[in-house]
Write a protein that binds this ligand. Structure first.
Ligand code: HEC
Length: 466
């Protein structure tokens, strides 16, 4: 089904949204060029595979044809008997629910398409997308990794794709190919049903992809800003996403209708990380401007600077939230992991002491690029630009293990949910899995399949759609 996902991504870029007016009335209606753009714009938000209303999915011809709870929505040749026409036409059309009705021209397109037999003219090259994966002659930098909440899968960033590995056999299970060239952030919803992928193509677009983990199909792609986006997080109820942008903003969007709920612009530089509070009412963001900011989601209003940013702590590259408490762990340029209370309990003073600080830990051997909590919230791990990875006890700050997580620099760390294993990824493109207590290396493997190189100076070669 990966071909479908790729196809949808293509479509998001290339399809004109309104073509109804240009349609020459004697030509046959094209499902691919005329119907799909309307479905995508007006219907897909509520009828996608992740949570289809009335069991109707409109993201592929086959699904649309199959219909929903009431059975077939389209009877080829018989528009007047087709449920879809009944619902989109009339004085107060039922669909799209609670939204602007389709224009008369658009309804007419649907009607004529069904009258003409509702043919599927989806281009055949779509089918060949399956297996059309990026090929690599040199290892890509690994910028993000994440264990699935059930511990069965390790998701790893590649170039224009995410690779899923089985955590017992370490075999490649699936490759989720998208349009965004760079993948910066990977995160699962708490129930594990959706894998969120954030990234983009520099100076072109930022993108969040939501993948159905059961079927490995793309639920939706949300484009935002004109550059790569960072630090994706889901609200606890998985209804919203937050991410940071190079235009110094943090955006919060509702997944269902893709509405931008918050565009927070109080940072003065790139934003690298976001997390939600345990009840989803607030988010915390961090970035190059050295600040940790607390914002209320519903109003979008700035609440507090969690850290005191006049202390020269340096850029904050990464944050993680404690699995059950309103505590945030930050790491960055000054090499010191710091644990903060998200909500202030003591009045801010003139002295501007770091009042929310719970603990500052031992300095690391390089700037901190990744932090992660163990599932039970008793330990945390750091990944550093020195290539080192360490595990600490949160309570007493004791270092439990030190490991070489990459030959050059570690960019991402993730704990297995049962807390026994820690995976790292970084500059040399290898995934390393360690025993999180003893620090013993359990496995190391290349993050992507590497083709035998024809020449030493061949850089990254990518075939297929670019
Ligand atoms: C805001 C959400 C939303 C949007 C947008 C939306 N729908 Fe629906 N749709 C629903 C819900 C909810 C139901 C179930 C309604 C009910 O049971 O009363 C439904 C039911 C349907 C059904 C009946 C399916 C069945 O078998 O029972 C069809 C057909 C349908 N929608 C088509 C469309 C089309 C076509 C569009 C776009 C033009 C669209 N919908 C847009 C929410 C939506």
């Amino acid at each position: 089904m990966i071909h479908l996902a790729v196809y949808l991504l293509c479509f998001a870029v290339w399809s004109p949204f309104a073509v109804a007016d240009n349609h020459a009335s004697d030509a046959a209606v094209s499902y691919h060029a005329e119907i799909v753009p309307i479905l995508k714009r007006s219907c897909q938000g509520c009828h996608h595979p992740g949570d289809p209303n009335a069991d109707l999915i409109v993201t592929s011809y086959a699904d649309l044809k199959r219909g929903g709870m009431a059975g077939e929505a389209i009877i080829p040749g018989k528009p007047d008997e087709s449920l879809i026409i009944k619902l989109i036409s009339g004085d107060e059309p039922a669909m799209p629910q609670n939204q602007e009705p389709l224009s008369a021209e658009e309804v007419e397109l649907f009607r004529r398409w069904i009258l003409e037999g509702a043919p599927d003219d989806t281009p055949t090259e779509v089918d060949t997308m399956e297996g059309n994966y990026p090929t690599y002659t040199v290892p890509p930098v690994v910028s993000a990794i994440a264990y699935s909440p059930d511990g069965s899968t390790l998701a790893v960033s590649g170039f224009r794709e995410v690779l899923l590995y089985d955590t017992t056999t370490f075999e490649l299970k699936a490759r989720l190919v998208g349009k965004a060239h760079r993948i910066q952030s990977l995160t699962y919803t708490t129930d594990g049903k959706i894998l969120g992928v954030a990234g983009g193509s520099p100076a072109q677009f930022g993108e969040v992809q939501l993948w159905d983990t059961a079927t490995h199909t793309l639920i939706k792609t949300i484009r935002s800003s004109y550059d790569t986006v960072y630090g994706l997080s889901f609200s606890p109820d998985a209804s919203r996403i937050a991410f940071g942008c190079s235009d110094k903003t943090v955006r919060v969007l509702s997944i269902e209708d893709e509405k931008e709920l918050v565009k927070f612009d109080n940072h003065s530089d790139w934003v690298f990380g976001t997390i939600f509070s345990t009840d989803g009412s607030h988010f915390v963001s961090c970035g190059r401007d050295t600040a940790l900011k607390l914002v209320e989601v519903n109003t979008g209003s700035f609440v507090d600077d969690i850290n005191s940013s006049n202390k020269g702590y340096g850029e904050i590259n990464t944050i993680a939230r404690h699995p059950s408490e309103n505590q945030v762990l930050s790491g960055g340029e000054d090499r010191i992991p710091r644990l903060y209370k998200i909500f202030r309990e003591i009045r801010r003073d003139v002295g501007n002491t770091d009042f929310n600080l719970i603990q500052a830990y031992e300095a690391q051997s390089g700037s901190i690029e990744g932090v992660a909590f163990s599932g039970d919230g008793t330990r945390f791990a750091t990944g550093c630009a020195s290539g080192e990875t360490r595990v600490y006890n949160i309570q007493d700050g004791k270092r439990i293990a030190s490991m070489q997580g990459d030959a050059v620099a570690v960019f991402a760390v993730s704990f297995h949910p049962n807390g026994t294993q820690l995976a790292t990824g970084g500059f040399d493109g290898k995934i390393r899995v360690f025993d999180a207590v003893s620090g013993k290396l359990l496995n190391a493997f290349m993050s992507v399949p590497i083709e035998p190189a024809g020449s030493e100076d061949v850089a990254l070669v990518v075939t297929g759609m670019t």
